[in-house]
Design a protein around this ligand. Structure first.
Ligand code: ARG
Ligand code: ZN
Length: 440
């Protein structure tokens, strides 16, 4: 650990206010160990007013990615969120100036967001046995929604659910990743042959930690009083995959908090990873992705080139009979969107999908006060091919296909402090509940 890390560690020990914490700096070290990749004085910018004309001949985001090592957080028809390292701030600003663009500064130090996220989690769980990275030794998996968890804890929670309801729960390992981790799916059903099916996944993008947190919460909501669930929930077969990209997730927890892709490769010197949500076999070679292995939206060398994509696609293709809903959780932006994303066209039954999404959005507003927006994908996020959502509609004919962009709207972005997990997860659950009800 570097010096700054040690200082922050002592500060943490003081904030936690326990003598033992100060003494046992080794165990605290486990809690707050700095990630190798740092973002000191990296700024997060929002760039508005990028005209369509400009976009045509100059994809501002990708250019800034290449020129200034920028890290694209979010790109849509209204704005671009991109973080720029300290040493490139001046040049990046000059570049924008030259194109009559002015950045709005969302955060002036991304590292402090990452530190705040960590501290919030440590404080929220300091009264619990165990530490942030070590599993609590209490009952079973030690799962809770006061903080984000490592993959082991999430998989332990899935096993715990199966152990508790062996008659209705099945746990599948549907494949392995490039780094050899299992890909796991739970099925919950009282009648798998006949009931209509809902698929829910999370964690396609590594840095969107709120996504697997939300999907595990949905699992908890379903199961903790399964017997009392209404018929429209108990009468479905639920497939739940909290983590589609375990390699990327672990990498984002241990090396680089802002990692997005999986960890296959490298294809070029030191450039790893494919954007799994650009790798599905739908409009794969089209807009919104890159053929550059170093890009954050690298689509892969061919459609479904990635083990994660293959595992999910094969698993679902075999189960497409009765598959009524495909829900996939991402962050951030507070949106509920439906196909298409790969072309600027709506699906035939867009009116139905819009109505259900609007209902979910209204219920969210009542429950937590958050404002979400319901829309067709390409209108609010721009055109992008290779998405799992479009693929499930096109290849499997799933009706209720939604991508949910969870909190927030750019204050913390991906680095959402753990104190927001519960309410955000409740918002995610509300979408699932509403869709289940619509299937009827
Ligand atoms: N933020 C998500 C992504 O960039 C949005 C996914 C929307 N669907 C899509 N097929 N692009 O992957
Ligand atoms: Zn995402």
């Amino acid at each position: 650990m570097n010096r700054g890390g040690v200082e922050r560690l002592m500060l943490l020990a003081m904030l936690l206010g326990t003598a033992s914490a100060a003494n046992e700096s080794l165990s605290l070290g486990n809690i707050v160990a700095d990630l190798p990749e740092r973002y000191d004085e990296t700024q997060l910018w929002r760039i508005h007013n990028i005209s369509d004309a400009m976009r045509q001949y100059m994809p501002v985001g990708q250019l800034m990615e290449q020129k200034f090592g920028g890290n694209i957080w979010k790109e849509n028809s209204k704005f671009l969120d991109i973080s720029i390292g300290k040493e490139h701030l001046k040049a990046a600003r000059n570049f924008l100036d030259a194109h009559h663009l002015e950045p709005q500064i969302l955060a002036d130090n991304v590292q402090s967001l990452i530190d705040e996220e960590l501290l919030d989690g440590v404080q929220a769980t300091s009264s619990l046995p165990g530490t942030r990275t070590k599993k609590a030794s209490r009952s079973g998996s030690g799962m809770h929604w006061k903080d984000y968890h490592d993959l082991d804890t999430i998989y332990a929670f899935m096993r715990e659910v199966r152990a508790k309801y062996p008659n209705i729960v099945r746990l599948y390992t549907i494949g392995q990743t490039a780094e050899g981790r299992d890909l796991k799916v739970l099925r919950i059903s009282e009648n798998p042959r006949e009931y209509k099916k809902v698929w829910i996944d999370g964690g396609i993008h590594a840095r969107e930690w709120i996504s697997p947190a939300t999907v595990t919460f949905i699992l908890f909501q379903l199961m903790h009083n399964w017997e009392n669930q209404p018929a429209h929930i108990r009468g479905l077969t639920w497939y739940i995959m909290p983590m589609m990209n375990p390699d990327g997730y672990e990498y984002s927890r241990t090396v680089n908090r802002l990692w997005r892709k999986n960890r296959s490769g490298p294809r070029r010197a030191d450039c790893y990873g494919v954007d799994l949500n650009r790798n599905f076999d739908i409009g794969w070679n089209g807009f919104g992705s890159s053929k550059d292995p170093c890009s954050d939206v690298f689509r892969g060398t061919s459609a479904a080139s990635e083990l994660e994509t293959q595992a999910v696609a094969d698993f679902l293709a075999k189960r497409k009979y009765n598959l009524e809903a495909y829900l996939t959780y991402h962050s951030y932006g507070q949106l509920v969107v439906y196909p298409w994303a790969y072309k600027a066209v709506k699906v035939r039954d867009a009116a139905v999908l819009q109505r259900v999404a609007s209902t979910a959005v209204e219920r969210i507003a009542q429950k937590t006060g958050s404002t979400y927006r319901a829309s067709v994908t390409h209108e609010v996020l721009g055109i992008a091919g290779g998405g799992s959502d479009d693929w499930s509609r096109d290849a499997l004919g799933v009706k209720y296909v939604y991508t949910v962009e969870l909190r927030d709207r750019g204050t913390y972005g991906f680095v959402l402090p753990p104190k927001f997990i519960k309410d955000t997860a409740l918002e995610g659950w509300t979408v699932a509940e509403t869709v289940a009800q619509s299937i009827g």
